[in-house]
Design a binder for this molecule. Structure first.
Ligand SMILES: Nc1ncnc2c1ncn2[C@@H]1O[C@H](COP(=O)(O)OP(=O)(O)OP(=O)(O)O)[C@@H](O)[C@H]1O
Ligand SMILES: [Mg+2]
Length: 476
């Protein structure tokens, strides 16, 4: 690596760890000198002469380390630091000051710089500071990748606190992880109690904004005018009672995620303002003219079909199209029957511990009842049913009589097997798991009933990631 051009720099040894560095420097000569020094030790370098161009590069190339001179023309270095840090909190920021004044350094650190260098910059100091600064972004990226990899190493029965082994949930996890890494607006659809809020939190936690705020607002809980000022804030005197200026949820969520729950209930007038934000990333506070720009990813949830609301004139079609780009559909519990025993066990363990009880599991009959019930209130209803059963149960095993659910009408086909509507693979899975449930988890007995080999059952269970321990913890 000791080429003649490298030898011209005193620090021309390859750095131990290298990364992507953005140099924001107005003086062309200084800029190319810094670029040459950093390239010589193995970093990939982008350059920008001013703050505006640099912000675009921050979004586009997501650098690990950003070097910025504080006396930039136009947007100064302090303002750049503030905005760039909100865009990419995982990066390391190094401010370059012309004088060694403590005031400047403190101001730079307060604006978001991690370190400060003073001119003239010695090449060996530059190499060292940039290399040290790589720890933070590499650590952040590794953490995100490790989480994504752990979640993507299917089959798994859980992602964070979200239980879901059914193929439809596995597909949802994968899609959610892909969506989380992008900057797109995400729309989460699903019946009440299916876990939309959990998915929204996971989108935030698996994104590069996970260190930023996650702010939630329920659009159904507020009247039209209150909702608008809650979201966008208001200026002093905007309406009676607006005695001071107040920032809204969008400003509070700067650098993070805004979760708009029950989006279908948002009035049309507020929808217009939301659409403008999604298109232009800016808005005005209620009663104000100043345009506010924030860096916020919107995640919205709804349990109503927005298409139908569009047809009824209650939801804007342009907003609907804007939101439809990345949709996460959370399936109802009855469409993923194999998750019912997993969720039941998960909640049983949780509530047993919380209440200091020693409830170990369910009787075969109780498991049968859980599987046969259509769960109109989805996971929330199941959670409450198990909580109640655990609290009231005085035995080691919860029996079907302890469960606050009505046995389904035997005349009615279980909803999860509505045909057409399910794939043959799902019918196979459902049939095998239900038969196993009924015989207490014994593959030999289930094989005899189903007329297939025990090996086929074992092979399928392995394929689906269902183990005896997580599905039938009580069986020997
Ligand atoms: N897959 C899951 N694993 C574990 N717990 C879950 C799962 N899905 C939902 N829950 C739990 O069920 C309850 C309801 O979930 P959540 O509030 O996310 O539903 P929702 O879809 O937002 O409902 P709603 O439409 O009524 O607002 C919560 O307590 C949540 O923790
Ligand atoms: Mg919800």
């Amino acid at each position: 690596m000791d080429g003649p051009e490298n030898a011209s720099h005193p620090c021309a040894m390859m750095a131990q760890q290298t990364g992507r560095v953005l140099v924001v420097e107005g003086d062309a000569e200084v800029q190319s000198e810094l670029e040459a020094q950093l390239t010589a030790i193995g970093h990939m370098v982008d350059t920008a002469p001013d703050g505006a161009e640099a912000l675009e590069l921050v979004e586009r190339s997501m650098p690990d380390v950003i070097l910025v001179e504080l006396e930039l023309e136009g947007m100064d270095g302090f303002e750049f630091l503030r905005q760039a840090r909100a865009l990419l909190p995982s990066a390391s920021f190094i401010a370059i000051a012309s004088s060694g004044s403590t005031d400047t350094a403190v101001k730079a650190l307060a604006s978001g710089a991690d370190r400060c260098l003073t001119r003239p910059i010695r090449p060996d100091a530059l190499a060292l500071v940039v290399e040290r600064s790589l720890d933070k972004p590499i650590h952040a990226r590794d953490a995100i990748n490790a989480r994504a990899e752990a979640a993507a190493s299917f089959p798994t029965t859980r992602l964070d606190h979200i239980v879901g082994a059914h193929p439809s949930m596995q597909r949802l996890f994968k899609r959610m992880l892909q969506a989380a890494k992008s900057r797109s607006t995400v729309l989460i659809q699903g019946e009440t109690g299916t876990g939309k809020e959990l998915i929204a939190k996971a989108v935030h936690e698996h994104s590069l904004r996970s260190e930023g705020p996650l702010i939630r607002l329920n659009c159904a809980a507020l009247s039209e005018s209150v909702l608008e000022s809650e979201l966008f804030g208001h200026e002093k005197g905007a309406f009676t009672g607006a005695v001071t200026r107040r920032s809204g949820r969008f400003e509070q969520a700067d650098g993070g995620t805004l979760f708009l729950d029950e989006l279908s209930e948002m009035p049309l007038s507020v929808q217009v303002k939301l659409l403008r934000f999604l298109q232009e990333r800016e808005f005005e506070r209620v009663g104000g003219n100043e345009t506010v720009k924030v860096n916020v990813r919107v995640v919205a949830a709804t349990n109503r079909d927005l298409r139908t609301l569009v047809d009824d004139g209650r939801f804007r079609e342009d907003l609907y199209f804007r939101l439809k780009v990345v949709v996460l559909d959370v399936p109802p519990l009855r469409a993923r029957p194999s998750d019912i025993p997993l969720l039941a066990d998960y909640f049983l363990r949780f509530y047993s511990e919380e209440n200091g009880k020693h409830v170990r599991g369910f009787t075969a009959r109780a498991r049968e009842a859980l599987l046969g019930y259509p769960w109109p209130g989805n996971v929330r209803e199941l959670q409450h049913a198990i909580e109640q059963a655990v609290v009231l149960c005085e035995k080691e095993l919860i029996g079907s009589e302890d469960l606050p659910i009505q046995a389904p009408d035997p005349e009615v086909e279980p909803l999860s097997l509505l045909v057409p509507g399910v794939t043959l693979a799902e019918v196979e899975r459902y049939t095998i798991l239900r038969t196993l449930e009924a015989v207490g988890g014994s593959p030999t007995k289930a094989a005899a009933i189903l007329g297939i080999s025990k090996r086929t059952i074992q092979y399928r269970l392995q394929e689906w990631g269902v183990t005896k321990r997580n599905a039938w913890p009580n069986e020997k």
